[in-house]
Write a protein that binds this ligand. Sequence first.
Ligand SMILES: Cc1cc2nc3c(=O)[nH]c(=O)nc-3n(C[C@H](O)[C@H](O)[C@H](O)COP(=O)(O)OP(=O)(O)OC[C@H]3O[C@@H](n4cnc5c(N)ncnc54)[C@H](O)[C@@H]3O)c2cc1C
Length: 494
Amino acid sequence: MSLSRRALLVGAAALAAAPARSAPAASPAAARARRAPGPDVLVLGAGLAGLEAALRLEAAGARVLVLEARERVGGRVWSLPELPGDQEAGGTGIVRGYRRTMARAQALGLGLVDTAGLSDFGSPDMLIHWRGETIRPEAWPAHPANPLPPPLRARLPFTLGLADLAPLNPLGRAADWRAPGMAAHDVAVADILSARGWDAESLRMGFGVNPGYVEAHSWSALMAFQVLKAAEEIRRDGYAGGVLVEGGNQALPRAMAAALRTPVRLGAEVAGIRLEPAGVRVRLASGEELCAPHAICTLPLAALRLVPIDPAPPPALQAAIASVPYNRVLKVFLEPRRRFWESDGLATGMWTDTLAGRLIGMRARAGDADLATWLAFITGPAADRLDRMAPEARGPAVVAAVEAMRPAARGAIRATHVVSWGQDAFSGGAYACWAPGQITAYAGLFAQPLGRLHFAGEHVALETRGIEGALESGEAAAAALAQPGMAADRRRRG
Ligand SMILES: Cc1cc2nc3c(=O)[nH]c(=O)nc-3n(C[C@H](O)[C@H](O)[C@H](O)COP(=O)(O)OP(=O)(O)OC[C@H]3O[C@@H](n4cnc5c(N)ncnc54)[C@H](O)[C@@H]3O)c2cc1C
């Protein structure tokens, strides 16, 4: 990358004419700090996207300051080291095909742990708990409670859904999803599957009870096709095996932050963004103002919608920021006090239509007899119901739901951690789930800067998603600042 440091400095010089308003400086140290040259680039958010952009810009010689609202880095990657096996409250599944993630972890000397045998997720033994009955998977196809029509009733509920769209995928490459010719596919998943004979109950079971994204009527099939194609591209080279970062996935953003020359400013909540001819001025919740010739905003849209941008962005961008849905996810970590699964002889993996969502036994090491935690992974309507409760009521409500369907677990489990991503003001959900029509109308807008404000974050990535998408977008934003055309523009305006 050939970022022109000179171009950034030209912008910085111009901005010096518009000094930042800081809290009054009382001490000589504060006065010295005020005289120190300001950053060339402000990066808003210390998740993977922001940290990747910052590392790349620093490597190119820019002065970068990362502003993070929380008292930790990592954003939606958050590990819980107090639980055995460093359980993940946020982004979990890293696959070896995540090229950028692997390279970054390797460059920082981080170890990777194979995930085989660590979780029940996706296990074919998963029990089905449906309308008050616990049903073994082998009994499901002929079970009287199975509401699915003949072509689908032999399928286990947790295998319905995304995979059924795979044979219809119009995308040659994952990166094609934002191409103008794809607009015809930017329709609801429900529309596509209904036309292929899916009834309301099948759609509910496949996409509505424990959705991996959002419900079939609210989700663009074009995004589903991109998710499938991106996964296919990652598997194509045989690199699909799952890994976790040693010490927890959050070790990755921590190591990235530690590698920066300028430490991330934690507890720095961005409360307003002002676009000025010579740069971007950021107001923190504390009232302090910071400015730089350029900024990269990595806030999830559901968090950015709480931050006014002045002057207001064009209407389409405003509408996108205000309306792109994020999926609701709660993770409730249950501590098993005894091996109740040995008393009833049932699997610890359960797909349920209760407040407990999906239950997944997690082990610290493959082959462990004990569970490190029994994870209730709750999405969709069950997450909505829990989110409407008082925070302290959520854990007990999940425990009660589990005890009601699994008598052997009565008195044997305790909720140790409850994490609601939908209720987290700095995330607003787990990931962007574009609604029908929104990809055509909005998705490309974030690839363009708004004046001197660039966008990054998983919602901006073109080829990949999730953790890898965050890194892809950070890389792209840093590269865009380096474009010779932009540098020339900056020189002209500077
Ligand atoms: C429960 C869950 C499960 C997931 N599972 C997977 C998975 O299996 N595989 C996968 O690849 N991905 C998964 N993901 C998604 C993945 O974690 C995210 O896509 C990725 O971490 C997003 O990184 P980011 O940098 O784009 O955003 P973030 O990590 O959200 O970073 C944005 C940062 O901005 C900060 N911020 C927000 N508002 C402000 C403000 N006003 N001022 C200052 N800072 C602010 C936030 O605190 C945050 O640190 C999962 C996510 C969740 C929540």
